[in-house]
Design a protein around this ligand. Sequence first.
Ligand SMILES: C[S@@+](CC[C@H](N)C(=O)[O-])C[C@H]1O[C@@H](n2cnc3c(N)ncnc32)[C@H](O)[C@@H]1O
Length: 264
Amino acid sequence: MSTSEAFQLDLAAAEAYEKRFVPAMFAEWAEVMVAEAGVRPGQRILDVACGTGIVARRAAEIAGASSVTGVDINEAMLTIAARVQPGITWLPGDAAALPFPDAEFDSVLCQMALMFFPDPLAAVREMRRVASDGGTISVVVPAQLKDQPAYGPFVDLVGRHAGAEAMSLLDAYWACGDSERMLRLFNEAELTIKSLRTHIGTARYASADEFVAVEVESTPLMDRVSQKQYARVREGATEVLRPFTDQHGAVAVPLHGLLIVARR
Ligand SMILES: C[S@@+](CC[C@H](N)C(=O)[O-])C[C@H]1O[C@@H](n2cnc3c(N)ncnc32)[C@H](O)[C@@H]1O
């Protein structure tokens, strides 16, 4: 389940991630995540691998910005996060060695990042350590690729045209998506599962071309495909995404994810 892919972006790509990827895809998940975790006013909240901070911002709307901390290993992501919401505390740190004392937070959240940690178990143990007694740990990860009706064919398309480096990143996305393995992982971290369910999010784009542009240009894929490969993927995407395209050419892409809420 471990991966050597850490989803690292430079400042320009982090900006694109916040402007394009987050509204198209992860903003919806942040709403679901914060609701599922039961975030309440007065709670101390930690967003692990916060990226540009969409989950922390949603949590802050309920708990107040001064009660929320976001931590990420990537300085560029944190720079954008602080620019968008300076009222939240943003700190650099590794999920496997969180820079906080024990029992510091009532609710620990981690959205779409566990699959990028070299040792997911170490990270979940760290989330447990910094959670208060009775506090919650909530994690969302993409489901396995075989359960992704749109991403499955899209990843096949990229595989036909791009090289091993691109595929290594795309394979990492789905590495934590097996619910049995996730249950075992949480049990091993000595957490009590409150709920584990699948949610299907919908990412919306004006066209198949726009989908590919966002998937490539606001993620580390940008540095892993040549212009030629990128053009071929764009060409093939119209056909691959046809089942998800309406009569105006707009694309609605389902993303299946696992939502796990556990108690310490
Ligand atoms: C796909 S982004 C998700 C970001 C954010 N949670 C969201 O929903 O937009 C994955 C994030 O994991 C971070 N990351 C990867 N490895 C990490 C680690 N070991 N510790 C902390 N953050 C890490 C990356 O820097 C990146 O910001």
